[in-house]
Design a protein. Structure first.
Length: 172
């Protein structure tokens, strides 16, 4: 995971065409990337810092600078994949779901049922949806690409307008 007790994570703001995001990182890894107006973001950050037993202070790191540059390219339509190193802190099941999310090609979507089947847990649609909602790396781990089986957008912590925008942006 590459977190040491001497680390103080830095939190940086990133302006995007669809709203301000916050990134939390040390000099090695990105740990959180979320929209600033996400419901309960403060609670999520507080829970995260208690879990890893580190403080967060405003500032920049090599990693926050990297993700800022990559997001700028992504929003211009010039970035096929992200290269900023990140950490997925979660249960084994959550990590399995998040890895499967990363396999959904840009410009495509899949249903929660299809995602559950892809990880060999075809009856775990609700658990997959919860793991999807627990993703702390918006856009990087593309949870916005998962939709309901009926084709409806379903939920998205960043808001349905953003989810729709991201899906349409990636189809271009």
């Amino acid at each position: 995971m590459s977190i040491e007790k001497k680390d103080v994570l830095k939190i940086d703001r990133i302006d995007t065409p669809i709203g301000t995001m916050v990134a939390v990182a040390n000099e090695n890894l990105l740990f959180l990337l979320e929209f600033e107006d996400k419901t309960r973001l403060t609670d999520e950050i507080t829970h995260f810092t208690k879990k890893i037993k580190l403080n967060i202070a405003p500032g920049k790191t090599i990693i926050t600078t990297s993700i800022k540059k990559e997001l700028a390219q992504y929003f211009k339509g010039n970035l096929p994949c992200f290269n900023t190193p990140f950490s997925m802190i979660g249960t084994l099941f959550q990590q399995t779901v998040w890895k499967a999310l990363s396999n959904i090609p840009s410009g495509e979507t899949c249903s929660y049922a299809e995602l559950a089947a892809s990880i060999k847990h075809p009856t775990a649609c609700r658990a997959v949806a919860r793991a999807n909602a627990s993703n702390r790396l918006a856009i990087l781990i593309p949870c916005h690409r998962v939709i309901n089986a009926n084709g409806q957008l379903g939920g998205y912590a960043g808001g349905l307008m953003r989810k729709s925008w991201l899906i349409e942006h990636e189809k271009k």
